[in-house]
Ligand binder design. Structure first.
Ligand SMILES: [Zn+2]
Length: 442
């Protein structure tokens, strides 16, 4: 055969091969695409049915006491002790800096589970845990790990094959075992974006709509960065309502989508991070931070008319307080000579009509405190907000109020109300933080 023909034949064979391979690849891609479409449709159906079920459950709760539902899943931020005051902070420029979250405190031994569990002793030395289990407890000034011995406080545990299970939660990243003097303190170190999955999943009920979750993701990201820059202890945030609730890994698809869609976005005003507090329901008007945490600096907050949370289960609530329970609470708070409470009188209200000063008449004289302090005294779940009035009903005090939480920043039920009326997450955010803008910082 002439060299030209051989070459021609080879060329034809090559082209034919490429066409066949190409067709095969398209078939594979097509198959994958079909699978992805099927997965998406299945998830959508599941989401819609769960969403409907959630709505139904919430409607039932709203008719009843209105004490659980979204309140349990969408609690207050900052109802714990406020931390230090420096808020005028510039945002970081990358997402790599890890966050450190206090996730577990225990005076009992703690069991950790993970197939690839290792105890890290140095950069080059790690002890694998056979059976993928580890039992640790505080011992002396260090931590004792069964089968390993006593190690220094702060020892790092890693799972090379995925998240580490502690109790019924799974944590991505690493976990440090600290001895805090009263027992074990577990600090989960992980990337901010991964942390947000476990926050949005906890703070927003799964069936709530997407723009609400996106707004929550931006607020939670901003809040976490604010806390990180303020913290000077071994960790940045608590995994409870003292900061924002964090439950480890999140599996629901809409939470993942909300965090991913807002990747790196925070709230800024004049180039500085906004004090991105949030609460469950404002009951009509949000509160100024200075009226909740007088010593704490804040940036980018205003009192705003919400107008979108009338559907919340906390629109109207009433709680009956026995004089005896207030007496007991006052004694517990250090007012040792109080034996009886005879009156509750609202002396002054804040700009948002919440109780700025409440006078409690007692046998030992009057005691004054703010509505927020009174909430702390009788219980944040019992007295849902500082937006209340008091009347005497027989031998008890009937307290009627509106909203749930401290009222500062974003109203979660209001965000949901705006979402339902077609507002997107940036509009939700600028309603509650009017001078701010959403900026992508990494
Ligand atoms: Zn509201």
């Amino acid at each position: 055969m002439a060299p030209g023909k051989v070459f021609g034949l080879l060329f034809v064979t090559f082209v034919a091969g490429a066409v066949v391979a190409g067709a095969g690849l398209f078939a594979v891609l097509d198959g994958r695409r079909a699978d992805a479409v099927a997965d998406r449709d299945a998830l959508r159906t599941k989401y819609e049915s769960l969403s409907a079920k959630f709505e139904e459950l919430e409607a039932k709760t709203a008719v009843g006491q209105g004490s659980a539902a979204a309140g349990a899943a969408a609690p207050d931020v900052g109802d714990g002790e406020p931390t230090s005051a420096q808020l005028r902070i510039t945002p970081p420029t990358d997402a790599e800096t890890a966050l450190r979250i206090a996730v577990v405190r225990s005076s009992e031994p703690v069991r950790m589970v993970g197939e690839g569990l290792i105890v890290v002793q140095s950069a080059s030395k790690a002890i694998p845990m056979p059976g993928g289990e580890l039992l640790a407890r505080a011992s002396g000034k260090g931590v004792f790990i069964e089968g390993v011995g006593t190690l220094p406080s702060g020892t790092t545990i890693k799972n090379r094959l995925g998240p580490t299970k502690v109790g019924d939660r799974e944590y991505p990243g690493t976990i440090e075992l600290h001895n805090d003097g009263s027992g074990l303190l577990l600090i989960n170190e992980l990337e901010l974006e991964k942390y947000l999955l476990g926050v949005v999943a906890a703070e927003v009920p799964a069936g709530w709509p997407m723009e609400t979750k996106k707004a929550q993701a931006v607020v939670a990201r901003t809040y976490a960065l604010m806390q990180r820059s303020e913290s000077d202890g071994p960790y940045h945030l608590e995994a409870t309502i003292a900061d924002q609730v964090y439950v480890g890994t999140a599996v629901d698809a809409t939470t993942r989508a909300a965090v991913t869609a807002t990747y790196g976005e925070v709230l800024l005003e004049d180039g500085l991070l906004v004090s991105a507090w949030f609460h469950s329901a404002c009951g009509g008007t949000t509160e100024a931070p200075a009226d909740v945490w007088p010593e704490r600096a804040a940036h980018g907050n205003q009192i705003v008319e919400c107008g979108f949370c009338e559907d919340s289960p906390y629109e109207r609530w009433t709680v009956d307080l026995q004089p005896g329970e207030i007496t007991k609470a006052l004694k517990g708070a250090g007012h040792k000579t109080v034996r009886s409470v005879t009156g509750l009188h609202i002396q002054e209200r804040t700009g948002s009509e919440r109780v700025r000063e409440l006078r409690i008449d007692t046998n030992a004289g009057p005691i004054s405190m703010s509505g927020q302090e009174f909430r702390a005294l009788v219980g944040y779940m019992r007295l849902k907000s500082a937006s209340f009035s008091v009347e005497v009903a027989g031998n008890l005090f009937r307290v009627s109020g509106t909203g749930f939480g401290h009222g500062v920043g974003m109203c979660q039920h209001g965000a949901r109300g705006m979402d339902r009326k077609g507002h997107e997450y940036r509009e939700i955010l600028t309603r509650f933080f009017p001078q701010s803008n959403v900026a992508k910082i990494y």
